[in-house]
Ligand binder design. Structure first.
Ligand code: SF4
Ligand code: SF4
Length: 315
């Protein structure tokens, strides 16, 4: 496993970051011990970096996986909180839930524009205070937009940026893969740590996963790549690819053949909440039922987290 320092922080993270959304209730909803085993396998294989968020509702898996103390592990979490007190509650909740007195990186989740970043000034103030107090070690922002990567690069307070990127530019709200890469390289030149999300475009590039990973790993300015994994086979395949090795063919076929999709149950009430939160404009109400656009959906699962009827899931 290769390790890299995240920008100007002192965090030496594995280039393969365990993206934990996939095991969580919003997606595979793995039984607790099964999810813990998947994380555990990744840690044994050398992964020392776990990406989570308050939204994912999966701190319990991480707490149990970390309990074995297999290696020092960096955890990044995120929250949508925009006030000082709400961000404090989010950080304290994460610390309690994973039984640590600090979180390595805490992010403002899914910032959509320069203005939303400005609107989180109070939350950012809390994160600055928490970093001074040692409750967090680095401050970050996650985003699907080129605009926010460029804006965040100019904030002295922000240490780490977590943008969406894949070779086809899938899921980038305001530009191409080239636009995002040049924003990332600018942020890198400003000393920001960068780890990307959705290298497989939410499943659209799964059938060409090795090539998609090779592409992203060869780009300059990217310290690590968060990859959602929900099975022990996926961990083995991804660890091999990130180490520059050929994964076992049978296992690779199994992983490549797995198709994921967005399931919308028939009891949808057409309230439209999912439409409002989708960053990709990939879901709409048609004849009294939410319907997703397969070409635009990156299977981020955000719509499911906001559905009051619990009728959306990535399976
Ligand atoms: S949020 Fe849920 S209930 Fe509302 S429209 Fe979307 S799927 Fe239907
Ligand atoms: S439809 Fe849902 S899963 Fe698909 S991109 Fe939109 S919010 Fe994400």
């Amino acid at each position: 496993m290769e390790y890299q320092t995240l920008g100007n922080t002192d965090l030496q993270v594995s280039r393969l970051c365990f993206g934990s959304l996939t095991i969580s209730p919003l997606q595979a909803n793995l039984p607790l011990q099964e999810g813990v085993s998947v994380i555990r396998d990744a840690l044994v294989a050398g992964v020392n970096f776990i990406d989570t968020a308050e939204l994912y509702n999966n701190y319990e898996y991480i707490r149990l996986a970390l309990r074995e103390k297999l290696r020092p592990v960096y955890v990044c979490s995120k929250s949508y909180a925009y006030t000082y007190d709400a961000m404090r509650e989010s950080v304290e909740k994460a610390c309690r839930a994973i039984e640590r007195d600090y979180i390595d990186i805490f992010m403002m989740h899914e910032q959509t524009s320069r203005l939303t970043l400005q609107g989180h000034a109070e939350a950012l103030k809390y994160l600055v205070d928490a970093k001074q107090a040692g409750t967090i070690r680095a401050i970050g922002v996650s985003t699907h937009t080129v605009e926010v990567v460029r804006a965040a690069a100019m904030y002295d307070e922000i240490d780490v940026i977590h943008p969406i990127l894949n070779k086809q530019g899938l899921g980038i709200c305001d530009g191409t893969a080239f636009d995002m890469l040049s924003a990332i390289q600018f942020a890198d030149s400003m000393g920001k740590g960068i780890y990307t999300m959705k290298a497989l475009g939410g499943g659209h590039l799964s059938s060409v996963a090795p090539a998609a990973f090779e592409w992203i790993l060869s780009q300059t300015g990217i310290d690590a790549v968060a990859v959602g994994m929900q099975s022990r086979e996926e961990v083995r395949v991804n660890v091999a690819i990130f180490a520059g090795l050929q994964p076992e063919q049978k296992m690779l076929n199994q992983v490549l053949g797995r198709q994921r999709k967005l399931l919308i149950e028939e009891w949808c009430l057409a309230c439209g909440k999912c439409v409002q939160v989708c960053p990709m404009g990939a879901i709409q109400i048609v004849e009294g039922q939410a319907v997703s656009n397969l070409n635009k959906c990156v299977l981020c699962g955000y719509c499911g987290a906001h559905c009051p009827e619990f009728c959306i899931k990535v399976i």
